[in-house]
Design a protein around this ligand. Structure first.
Ligand code: F0G
Length: 475
């Protein structure tokens, strides 16, 4: 008897559902109309036009009953709110960083830190800058340089820590430029732009030693630190029995501070912070904060939001939650791999990244295969995803020795929002597009914004070549 194929099962949810939100599925004609109106850019869609929204895992989590209850504890005092105290003590306890400055989201933290530390003519290394980090480095007049290991650019490599920094290139940068040209180094955990890939403690330790030997500070972009810690627990020798918080502390102990968008592993819809060990810098950050965000005990947020962050940061580090969360990402990936669909490997922490270059090998990079695939996934099933490739990064200056951007489509999974059946629907949608891939054509950018262009660019389809007409002597 033929062996039954192994069943691919979604992870068991460690919660039950208390509140639901209705979602609607538009018919194909309405989706087509929406696509045209949006200029083939799904950032321009109304959420009403989307059935399953995998645009981002940022600020899209479902909060828990404890977080909603915390919102009712809002102490909306301008100065000295109790919610700030709870938030500050939670971040201190998790990270060990003594100075905690709240911001409304991650990019505000990046703005504060980079506008103070990065100077015109300097260089800021990172494993890979996320787009807003890169934009803030550029805005400060500095140059962002990506130093991820070569495996980070190879969709087939199963390297367990593809988020790692290439130490030889870091050494070369510090040697050739001199520390005065490198005001700080950053490492993004997990590496979102490179497929949500983790960084190992061993690599972070080596980076920390080098950066500190040069007399420079190391800052982490810790948006997805708990997912990174979970992957360390699974993959890095010596860490398997440890708690997420223990691993987190081992990571943070190697750094001088961090920026965080709490909209990811903080399980909130808004919020973030910058934290540091440097008291003098903290004072300057607070001065900037007051100009751009608000008083240091609320930083651009309602105080109740800080309370939700305090609770969410702990929930986000819960092992059972992370097992389910990363289990969902792997479930979706397994369904796609079974169909032979090319994805970026290994599967990272917060989403599945389709390898658009191999999904649509007949579409040249100049016709944006990633964006073309994003459009087709919406057209097919109302699933909204995001391109992470030549639209998002194609205007970046090619770095010395750097590879061209990967051509990926990210299916980011919001936390605690979609069920196994939703993910199954997504897999069916991707599979349907995969089966008709040879009929898919590219797109061209008809409106090109100067910065962060993926948010506002508009596209038009590249018309397929007109087939040769049948005539005398032709079949
Ligand atoms: N750093 C990383 C690694 C990020 O992924 C993001 C946001 C930010 C910084 C900025 O944080 O949005 O709170 O200002 N990433 C979202 C995403 C937008 O879809 O990956 P923010």
């Amino acid at each position: 008897m033929a062996e039954a194929p192994e069943e691919i099962r979604p992870p068991d949810e460690p919660f039950r559902i208390k509140v639901v939100e209705a979602i609607e599925r538009l018919d194909r004609a309405h989706r087509e109309e929406a696509l045209q109106r949006a200029g083939l850019n799904l950032f321009n869609l109304s959420s009403r036009e989307v059935y399953i929204d995998l645009l981002t895992d940022s600020g899209t989590a479902a909060m828990s009953d404890h977080q909603w209850a915390a919102m009712m504890l809002g102490d909306e005092s301008y100065a000295g709110s109790r919610n700030f105290e709870h938030f500050e003590s939670t971040v201190r306890e998790l990270t060990g960083f003594p100075h905690v400055i709240p911001t409304h989201q991650g990019r505000a933290a990046e703005h504060l830190l980079l506008s103070l530390l990065a100077r015109p003519g300097t260089i800021v290394p990172n494993n890979m800058h996320f787009d807003t980090t890169r934009a803030h480095v550029l805005r400060a007049g500095a140059r962002p340089v990506n130093l991820a290991v070569p495996e980070a650019y190879d969709p087939d490599s199963d390297h367990p820590f593809k988020g790692n920094v290439d130490l030889a290139r870091l050494d070369r940068l510090l040697r050739e430029q001199g520390p005065e040209k490198v005001p700080l180094a950053m490492v993004t955990i997990t590496n979102n732009t490179g497929g949500g890939q983790p960084v190992s403690i061993e690599n972070l330790r080596a980076v920390s030693e080098r950066v500190h030997a040069a007399g420079r500070p190391l800052y982490l972009d810790m948006c997805r630190w708990a997912e990174n810690a979970y992957l360390i627990r699974e993959r890095e020798p010596g860490w398997s029995g440890r708690s997420i918080r223990e691993i987190g502390r081992a990571i943070f102990d190697l750094a001088d501070g961090a920026t965080m968008s709490a909209k990811k592993d903080g399980l909130v819809n808004i919020g973030g912070f910058v934290a540091t060990r440097d008291e003098a810098l903290a004072g300057r950050l607070k001065e900037e904060l007051i100009v751009y965000e608000g008083f240091p005990t609320y930083g651009g947020l309602a105080r109740r939001d800080l309370e939700a962050v305090a609770v969410g940061l702990r929930e986000g580090a819960d092992l059972e939650f992370l097992r389910y969360r990363i289990g969902q990402v792997r479930y979706l990936a397994d369904l796609l791999v079974r169909e032979g669909i090319p994805i970026f490997r290994p599967v990272g922490g917060h989403g599945v990244y389709l390898d658009a270059a191999r999904f649509l090998p007949h579409v040249p990079v100049s016709e944006y295969p990633g964006q073309s695939l994003v459009v087709e996934l919406y057209r097919e099933g109302g699933v909204r995803t995001v391109e992470v490739g030549s639209v998002m990064f194609g205007d970046a200056e090619p770095e010395a020795g750097g590879a061209p951007p990967l051509e990926l489509v990210r299916l980011a999974i919001p936390r605690r929002v979609y069920t196994g059946a939703h993910l199954r629907y997504v897999a069916d949608t991707v599979t349907a597009v995969w089966r008709r891939r040879s009929e898919i054509h590219g797109v061209r950018m008809v409106q090109v914004p100067p910065r962060l262009r993926h948010f506002t660019a508009r596209f038009a389809p590249v018309e397929p070549p007109i087939p040769a007409r049948a005539g005398p002597g032709r079949p």
